[in-house]
Design a protein around this ligand. Structure first.
Ligand code: UT7
Length: 333
């Protein structure tokens, strides 16, 4: 099996920022409640006419530029999203077309906020086996389009954005060292967009009942998240024969600062090794981890050989983590 790493990264968030104060104008909420319960101060929201494929295209373009790879060289594009442009065709195909990646296969992957981790794990298998050389994985969301803006328990939590990673073979001993993925469909109803699929096809009734918007049992998801974040991070380290002391950087899914803090306590990792940017972006679902990775790398905080853990959880329910030894140098194969 070949070693696989991330040789290019990029991200994109829409310009428009909505602050907690902005919510006070139309919702029974306040800045103090949102910050103390979630840690979120603001989020970026896409304009009405900007679909998720646009965010994914922008992030993907930056990642390819960063890796200095032409779109034609990409073998496969995976878009992790729960807010695709359409039920079908796949957003990945639309993004491939925008990028000019005419030699790429493409499909969407739906694993909620674990989507980017699921995506890089999936994409890296094609390279590890020698079938493909270059895979572009994008986590992108426009959750703002499926929120109930009258539901204060959900609409204040989420933001829009996209982050992308170019995967290629890297030198032995570097790149992805292990992963852990899991799911439990018995918790599917805890976080869902019920209508629009084959269970509740779109109808006047589904629209009237707001069933096309995100519905969440916040408390239950919170309990699940606190439990699973610590568990999955420890498991992935065990799979790679590493200890928590070996970790230079933990990039957790950015849902709620209290969930991150609980994971930090449980893992006994130093908080200065943990990336937090949810104050600026809210929960961007599949985009949270790659946007955080991109920002952290651009800030100069990641060095060759660093051990990085990325861990997420989300609708499904799903969870996933991967550990990699950082290098951005691809191998000529
Ligand atoms: O990516 C995965 C997706 N989701 C998550 O990770 C979310 C996980 N869950 C959470 O982060 C938290 O459960 C929330 C942030 C959603 C809610 O925090 P909480 O501490 O669990 O609050 P709560 O739901 O127990 O609500 C406490 C109170 C309630 O009022 P009463 O019943 O005590 O009078 C809510 O109605 O806070 C009220 N409340 C609000 N008040 C002001 C709920 N939302 C708001 C709000 N502003 N935006």
């Amino acid at each position: 099996m070949r070693s696989v790493g991330i040789v290019g990264i990029g991200s994109y968030v829409p310009e428009n920022i909505v602050t907690n104060k902005d919510f006070e104008l139309f919702l029974d909420t306040n800045d103090e409640w949102i910050i103390s319960r979630t840690g979120i101060k603001q989020r970026h929201i896409a304009p009405k006419d900007m679909p998720v494929s646009e965010l994914c295209y922008q992030a993907g373009l930056k990642a390819l530029e960063d890796a200095q790879i032409a779109p034609e060289e990409v073998d496969l594009i995976i878009v992790a999203t729960i807010t695709p442009d359409y039920a079908f065709p796949a957003t990945a195909c639309l993004v491939a077309d925008r990028l000019g990646a005419r030699n790429a296969a493409g499909f969407d992957l739906e694993a909620g906020c674990s989507g980017f981790v699921y995506g890089v794990v999936t994409g890296s298998q094609f390279i590890a086996t020698g079938m493909y050389k270059t895979v572009l994985v994008i986590g992108g969301e426009t959750l703002s389009k499926v929120l109930n803006w009258k539901d204060r328990s959900t609409c204040i939590l989420f933001g829009d954005g996209a982050g992308a990673a170019v995967l290629q073979p890297v030198k032995e001993g570097f790149g992805f060292l292990g992963f852990e993925l899991g799911s439990d469909g018995s918790g599917g109803a805890l976080l869902s967009q019920p209508a629009g699929g084959s269970m509740y096809p779109a109808s006047l009734e589904t629209v009237e009942k707001n069933l096309h918007t995100l519905q969440m049992e916040g408390k239950e998801v919170y309990k699940f998240a606190v439990r699973v974040m610590g568990e999955v991070s420890l498991k992935v380290l065990k799979n790679a024969d590493l200890k928590i002391e070996d970790v230079d950087l933990l990039i957790p899914h950015q849902a709620n600062i209290r969930i991150v803090d609980a994971a930090v306590r449980r893992l006994g990792i130093s908080p200065d090794k943990v990336v937090v940017n949810l104050d600026k972006y809210g929960n961007m679902s599949a985009a949270s981890i790659p946007v955080a990775l991109d920002e952290t790398f651009k800030s100069g905080r990641i060095a060759e050989g660093d051990i990085i853990v990325m861990a997420g959880f989300g609708t499904g329910l799903t969870w996933g983590a991967c550990v990699l030894k950082w290098t951005k140098v691809g191998l000529e194969v």
